[in-house]
Design a protein around this ligand. Structure first.
Ligand SMILES: Cc1cc2nc3c(=O)[nH]c(=O)nc-3n(C[C@H](O)[C@H](O)[C@H](O)COP(=O)(O)OP(=O)(O)OC[C@H]3O[C@@H](n4cnc5c(N)ncnc54)[C@H](O)[C@@H]3O)c2cc1C
Length: 393
């Protein structure tokens, strides 16, 4: 921890405030990867999360190759200690009428429960020498004055720093305080998932995705995890969810029990836990991701892939890019928004055209199930899709 100083406002009692170089709000993949990427900087960091770890995070649990790559760039054998990482080698897409397309994985792919994955990232981040963690502590308020951010936690504790990293997910407090970005249902997805045992006919190294004509644009997934567990769920563009008044939790049960193609896998399956849903801010629109003394990462920066719904790898990549700007800011002793705007530009360079292509693809497929039928029908299109995945993913 940095020095503790006493801060007093007129007509207020003196309050002790813990001072750091950087405050990171949120210890999901974005926030904890940021700490990893600051290794050797000598800066003091406070890492805050309202949860205590290990904690669950509503997710499909598919770990993209990009996430694996970021871990390996931190340390080549980074993932060695994560036993719950389950390799997947194949993917299957099934059209509304039952046409099947099988693809081989072109990059390394895994699944892993977020309980284990996020905990691993957090526990390994704790080796950072200048780190103080505030877990089980919600960030209630953030204000910036005279070049310092003052963070107030739900137990009244206060921390301050010159730089704040908003890695606090889809309902980010930091983004809400420092930007005007509002939820836009055309660029937002809603998704729900549940865990099952005894799912049949899926294969333990294959991600299976069903395109269902009543739930587009979006898809239903069945992903295998370690120990015979399966993650099943589905997600859709939020505009469609609200226009069609879809209750996602009920729809998930309905698909599993009634859809002729899906239900065969669940005849002997037993659910563990409840259906849980959450929102995904898509990367298909440009929003401010930095300003004077702050940067936003991952879901807080709206970086979820508009077609696949993956956001773990993108959160980790944004952490890598933010760490470059953070080092630059401290090296030049400037937290100026103009300097940190280099982070926004790096994000656009990394994701901009990829997200644009995917956004148009999503719009094109939105109310054209026949197009998916056509794409999955022909062998040449599987080669084309494999090629596109290599180029775009
Ligand atoms: C149903 C569903 C399925 C998904 N499936 C996949 C998938 O299979 N693969 C994939 O790559 N992505 C998937 N995603 C997206 C993925 O979950 C997110 O993109 C990813 O978690 C983003 O990481 P993050 O670090 O930005 O935020 P998060 O993982 O959301 O972490 C944010 C952290 O901030 C903490 N926090 C929030 N508010 C506060 C506060 N006020 N004070 C203190 N702490 C706070 C939270 O406790 C949390 O630990 C899915 C999402 C959903 C909803």
């Amino acid at each position: 921890m940095g020095s503790i100083f006493v801060f007093s406002m007129p007509n207020q009692e003196s309050t002790s405030i813990s001072e750091f170089d950087i405050i990171v709000v949120g210890a999901g993949p974005g926030g904890s990867t940021f700490v990893h990427c600051m290794a050797g900087s000598g800066l003091t960091i406070a890492l805050i999360d309202k949860a205590t770890f290990p904690r669950e995070k509503v997710c499909g649990d598919a770990i993209p190759g990009t996430a694996v790559r970021v871990g390996k760039s931190i340390q080549p054998d980074f993932w060695k200690g994560l036993d719950a990482l389950h390799p997947v080698r194949r993917a299957r897409g099934v059209s509304p009428s039952g046409i099947v397309m099988d693809l081989e994985y072109v990059t390394e792919g895994y699944t892993c429960s977020r309980l284990d994955f996020d905990d691993y990232l957090v526990q390994t981040a704790k080796t950072y020498p200048g780190l103080t963690t505030y877990f089980g502590r919600k960030t209630k308020d953030v204000v910036r004055s005279e070049g310092m951010h003052l963070v107030t936690l739900d137990n009244g504790e206060q921390l301050s720093a010159r730089l704040i990293i908003g890695a606090d997910g889809a309902h980010s407090t930091v983004a809400r305080k420092y930007t005007d970005t509002k939820l836009d249902r055309n660029h937002h997805c809603a998704a729900v998932r549940a865990y099952y045992r005894g799912v049949e006919g899926i294969g333990h190294d294959r991600l299976t995705v069903y395109f269902l004509k009543d739930y587009m644009p979006g898809y239903f997934w069945i992903f295998p995890l370690e120990d015979g567990l399966f993650n099943a769920g589905f997600g859709m563009l939020s505009r469609q969810v609200s226009e069609n008044r879809i209750d996602l939790r009920n729809s998930l049960d309905q698909i599993i029990q009634e859809d002729p193609q899906v239900k065969q896998h669940f005849e002997n399956a037993v659910q563990e836990g409840r259906n849980e849903g959450f929102g995904l801010p898509l990367g298909s629109r440009n929003v401010p991701r930095s300003g004077d003394g702050f940067m936003l990462l991952g879901d807080a920066a709206g970086l979820v892939d508009p077609v696949t719904g993956e956001g773990i790898g993108n959160a980790m990549i944004s952490a890598e890019l933010a760490a470059i700007s953070a080092r630059e800011a401290f090296a030049t002793n400037s937290m100026d928004g103009k300097l940190l705007a280099a982070y926004d530009r790096a994000i656009i360079k990394k994701f901009g055209s990829n997200f644009r292509i995917k956004y148009w693809a999503q719009l094109l497929l939105a109310d054209r199930p026949w197009l998916i039928e056509g794409l999955l029908r022909f062998k040449w299109s599987s080669n084309l899709i494999q090629w596109v995945i290599k180029k775009v993913v």
